[in-house]
Design a protein around this ligand. Structure first.
Ligand code: FAD
Ligand code: PYC
Length: 416
């Protein structure tokens, strides 16, 4: 991949973007591909990248109904961590965290991964018992995790209210220091550019409207830009997974909910870590631009509108102001919503399906951004080998019939 020197940066800065190169091509869809990935979010683009890079498959298309990264990838609050409770989940998320740690170099694109630590607060004795259990489980799996008390929290986050008479008193927290935040657009753009350089066709403004099957095998898709054939199709459409599944008469155990986030006006740096509280339904970090990035629990109803209700905004901001009284003076700049695809055990589905050659990657709910590289890596393995990798084998569709669920509601940390 071409590297840019300081001199070329200077020249391009002065040329009013006339010399700027397109980061990825805008190809017309071909009639046939070896693999089609439906969904140009981070997970879909990462899947295409690892299919081309690791599995040397050359004839790949990513088909996106809007623009790449316009779904949840571009709408999330970018928290990255791997401190899940059960071994199956924590090892899968840890694979992803390890990929994050080398991603800017691998993609030759700065994804601005900042390992500034993630605190999950505990407000009562049961919270603290759960935190201690999860930290122990993480450490047994070789994942960095520690329990910190209120005094340590106050020392590291001076603005937080740790007084015992607070409405939600803070007793302690789990802390994963290798956790942090990244730039959400950069993950889509970085994977898109790197996949394109390996020959992947990224086709935007191309909605999939039907999936063809013959004798139990997938054969192609109908799109708003015509029919495209392929013997293998990977579907990675987050909140729209049930809609695509219905095209092949498959019922997924998924509910789709709105999830909201907000940013404040920019300020000087006041918060250099990430603070989450599942109990009060709020979390906050500060972006490199200085905005507070604030998120909520899901809106409780199901729906496909990418917006949420006012009462959730009010509830979340109440919680944030209780934790950080000084933030009551900060003005909110904007809010938005995404549609998250939630499974009954708060864990994803990365799986083959009853239709040969058709694979689904979904159910990441409120927590899939952190998993983007690991999910793409494992899904690429599954598609290339027609068999899951051991990391994603426990996340198959069969678990909903065998009962081998992996309950991660506690570690999901965002209420749903
Ligand atoms: P998406 O980025 O949504 O990509 C799916 C794509 O499929 C979309 O671009 C869509 O247009 C396309 N598509 C849909 N239907 C079709 C069709 N018929 N044809 C073609 N294309 C189609 N996770 C974390 O780990 N940390 C967080 O801090 C965090 N915060 C969040 C905050 C909010 C407000 C939201 C909404 C989510 C948050 N998440 C977080 C979850 C995370 O954003 C998602 O799990 C993750 O981004 C999903 O990525 P994806 O690539 O699967 O989905
Ligand atoms: O999964 O860490 C997470 C998360 C934070 C905010 C939304 N999801």
């Amino acid at each position: 991949m071409k590297k840019y020197s300081g001199f070329s940066l200077f020249r391009n800065a002065l040329s009013h973007n006339l010399n700027w190169k397109q980061a990825w091509r805008k190809p017309e869809p071909k009639k046939h591909y070896d693999v089609i990935i439906v969904g140009g979010g981070g997970h879909g683009l990462a899947t295409a990248y690892y299919l081309a890079k690791v599995h040397k498959i050359k004839n790949i298309a990513v088909v996106e109904k809007g623009w790449i990264g316009g779904g949840n990838t571009g709408r999330n609050t970018t928290i990255v961590r791997s401190n899940y409770l059960w071994t199956e989940a924590s090892l899968f998320y840890e694979k992803s965290l390890k990929l994050w740690e080398g991603l800017s170099q691998d993609l030759n694109y700065n994804v601005m991964f900042s390992q500034r630590g993630v605190y999950n607060l505990g407000h009562n004795l049961q919270d603290m018992r759960d935190i201690e259990r999860r930290v122990s489980a993480n450490r047994l799996n070789g994942i960095d995790a520690e329990v910190v008390n209120a005094t340590q929290i106050k020392a590291e986050i001076p603005l937080i209210d740790t007084s015992p008479d607070a409405r939600y008193p803070i007793l302690g927290a789990s802390l994963q220091r290798r956790g942090g935040v990244a730039r959400h657009d950069a993950i889509a753009w970085g994977f898109a550019r790197a996949a394109d350089a390996l020959g992947v066709d990224i086709i935007e403004q191309c909605e999939v409207t039907g999936i063809h099957r013959e004798k139990g095998r997938v054969t192609g898709i109908d799109t708003t830009r015509g029919k495209i054939n392929a013997p293998k199709i990977g579907v990675v459409v987050a909140g729209n997974a049930s809609v695509l599944a219905k095209m092949v008469d498959l019922r997924l155990p998924i509910e789709s909910h709105p999830l909201q986030a907000f940013v404040s006006e920019p300020m000087k740096p006041v918060l250099d870590t990430v603070v989450m509280s599942g109990a009060v339904h709020g979390y906050v970090s500060q972006s490199d631009k200085g905005e507070l990035v604030i998120g909520a629990g899901v809106d409780s109803y199901v729906g496909y509108g990418q917006r949420g209700s006012f009462q959730t905004i009010e509830h979340t901001l109440e919680a944030i102001v209780q934790l950080f009284p000084m933030f009551s003076r900060v003005r909110l700049l904007r809010m938005w919503g995404g549609i998250v695809d939630v499974c009954p055990d708060a864990c994803p589905i990365v799986s083959k399906t009853p239709v040969d050659g058709l694979y689904f990657n979904c159910g990441w709910g409120t927590g899939g951004f952190k998993a983007t590289p690991g999910s793409g890596w494992a899904f690429a393995h599954t598609i290339a080998n027609d068999h899951p990798h051991e990391l994603n084998a426990p996340f198959s569709l069969e678990r909903f019939t065998t009962g081998a669920l992996i309950d991660e509601h506690g570690a999901a940390a965002v209420a749903h």
